[in-house]
Design a protein around this ligand. Structure first.
Ligand SMILES: Cc1cc2nc3c(=O)[nH]c(=O)nc-3n(C[C@H](O)[C@H](O)[C@H](O)COP(=O)(O)OP(=O)(O)OC[C@H]3O[C@@H](n4cnc5c(N)ncnc54)[C@H](O)[C@@H]3O)c2cc1C
Length: 340
């Protein structure tokens, strides 16, 4: 079987690595090699990094950058033990090392793909190969602005604070290098980042902005188009990103695993598997909408059933967020207008 993968982000590169030993695989990305994986803040989970490295015979230590201890989440210190930043760029390049047909700077459209038996749409937020979901999509992109800077004046652990209806984050890499970014529906992310960096000494290393697509899987169908070629969507392009946090690496890779299992057994079960596994994304999406109308009750439900960025928020921290007027206001402002 000849498989064409469009997009060499985390899904495309991982699938290319896993599938190339058994199938004839070619992978394309519109970016140049040096830019791969940079439109992301690189927050990940060490347990997942270990797991996926093992599957691809890579050493996780080569990618580990910052190990989180205390997450400053909306002013509430939350103890963490699995959150890290990792060098996603190098991880993607290493995944692609054993793949023969890797093509950078190749922007692909559906018409370029007639030669393949199976095409994987791994184009992330742009969903360039599968048909778009017109009615919903204009309201469901978080546009982000992000800088990589070198500075002694920034937090030395994970930091996330509200920015209008969105977040501002500072995630340390190694040394004094930090990714400072903002994604928001109501404020200008660029101004938020620049405002945060005002009066801080820093050296700009890279602009690494991007867009997050927060359309849940149930509203991202079809996942699979049968034809010549068959086209299947995996990762962010079919809505697995957390609408509350924008976190998408872990879910994209889990979605890729579901796809691999289905490819080896029965591709038709893939869609059902995605809907089952990522049911919580629909819940988060629904919670965001409900939050606009039932503030405290919904916020309480949100804190109980969801764990933003994989954080385990203690009851004490949750109560603080609920009853501290500023935290509550900030949480509501952040989450409530996402789908206005
Ligand atoms: C600023 C920002 C910060 C983020 N930070 C985090 C974070 O810290 N942790 C986290 O878990 N998630 C984060 N995310 C989300 C996460 O990056 C994505 O959800 C995840 O990478 C999705 O993986 P993917 O492989 O599905 O898509 P992507 O990683 O987006 O990969 C898609 C690839 O397809 C390529 N492509 C698109 N169209 C074409 C075409 N027509 N032809 C060829 N190539 C094409 C693109 O160039 C890209 O390389 C962040 C997102 C943004 C925008």
């Amino acid at each position: 079987m000849k498989i064409g993968i469009v997009g060499a982000g985390v899904v495309g590169a991982y699938l290319a690595c896993r599938l190339s030993s058994r199938y004839n695989v070619e992978i394309f990305d519109k970016k140049q090699k040096d830019d791969l994986g940079h439109d992301c803040a690189w927050l990940f989970h060490y347990s997942d990094l270990r797991n996926y490295c093992e599957k691809c015979k890579l050493d996780p230590v080569n990618y580990l950058e910052h190990v989180g201890r205390l997450f400053d989440f909306f002013g509430v210190p939350v103890t963490i033990n699995d959150q890290i930043t990792f060098n996603k760029h190098q991880f993607l390049l290493d995944l692609l090392m054993r793949v023969n047909g890797v093509h950078f700077e190749s922007k692909i459209s559906k018409n370029d793909l007639d030669d393949y038996d199976l095409v994987i749409d791994a184009t992330g937020s742009s969903r360039n190969i599968l048909p778009s979901v017109h009615k919903l999509e204009p309201n469901c992109f978080i546009h982000c602005y992000q800088l990589e800077v070198e500075s002694h004046d920034l937090p030395n652990d994970f930091y996330v604070h509200p920015a209008g209806l969105g977040f501002l984050w500072a995630f340390p890499r190694r040394g004094n290098i930090t990714r400072v970014g903002c994604g928001s529906f109501t404020t200008n992310p660029k101004k938020e980042v620049e405002g945060y960096l005002t009066n801080k000494n820093y050296k700009l290393l890279r602009i690494c902005s991007g867009t997050i697509r927060v359309v849940p899987p149930s509203k991202s169908k079809p996942f699979l188009l049968v034809g010549q070629p068959n086209i299947v969507g995996v990762g962010e392009c079919i809505g697995v990103v957390s609408p509350l946090t924008g976190e998408g690496i872990r879910s994209a890779l889990r979605c890729a695993d579901l796809f691999i299992d289905a490819l080896e057994s029965n591709l038709n079960v893939y869609g059902r598997g995605v809907l089952e596994k990522f049911n919580h994304v629909d819940q988060e999406f629904a919670l965001l909408e409900a939050l606009r109308h039932h503030q405290i009750q919904t916020l309480w439900r949100l804190l109980k059933i969801s764990s933003p960025f994989g954080l385990k928020i203690s009851k004490g921290a949750a109560l603080k967020m609920l009853f501290d007027k500023n935290h509550l206001k900030n949480m509501q402002k952040t989450f409530s207008g996402m789908y206005l």
